[in-house]
Design a protein around this ligand. Structure first.
Ligand code: HEM
Length: 153
């Protein structure tokens, strides 16, 4: 069994779980904002669904994606002896930029959950619908960066 290919496969599986959660949560936020006033029974239901999605799917899969992604970097740098210049390749810089955006967006979504919990509606349902595709677009950039590996040394 090849370590690199196993890590790569697990990395892709963790990415699938992370992205699916990041694309579903804003949809819940849109319905929550539209249909469940603070303190209502619906509000309590949405809070449970959102908390479970964050704690059971989105947070653990983000941590796993990072651990496995960083392991892949170490594999290139040390096992394949490519050195830290591996990180300076244009495709890797683009990939890391997309990943940093996704991690920041994750933080924003987690912070927004705390606002829902406090009874605040900081953004409109229109905002949640309009921004719903951002993680998908960033995922397209992250995946094409690794599959095309443009500007490779
Ligand atoms: C969270 C931090 C991340 C790090 C540090 C990271 C790093 C890496 C590295 C070093 C590779 C190996 C590249 C190769 O040698 O082929 C890789 C593969 C891959 N990554 Fe990530 N990645 C991260 C997140 C993501 C995200 C968010 C996505 C998609 C949305 C993604 C999609 C992929 C895919 C599809 C591959 C396999 C590409 C192939 O085998 O051709 N990664 N990642």
């Amino acid at each position: 069994m090849n370590l690199f290919d196993t890590l790569r496969g697990l990395h892709i599986i963790a990415v699938i779980a992370w992205m699916s959660g990041m694309m579903y949560l804003p949809r819940l936020y849109a319905y929550h904002t539209e249909t469940a006033p603070p303190g209502s029974e619906f509000d309590a239901n949405f809070l449970v669904w959102e908390r479970k999605l964050l704690k059971i799917i989105i947070n653990p899969s983000m941590i796993l994606t990072w651990i496995l992604g960083v392991s892949l970097i170490f594999w290139h740098v040390h096992a394949a002896k490519e050195g830290w210049a591996f990180l300076a390749q244009p495709w890797m810089i683009v990939k890391l930029a997309a990943v940093i955006f996704l991690s920041g967006w994750h933080g924003f979504l987690a912070g927004s959950y705390k606002k829902f919990l406090a009874g605040e509606r900081s953004k409109s349902a229109k905002f949640w619908r309009a921004t719903n595709e951002l993680p998908f677009l960033a995922a397209v950039v992250a995946v094409l960066a690794v599959t095309l590996q443009f500007g490779q040394r």
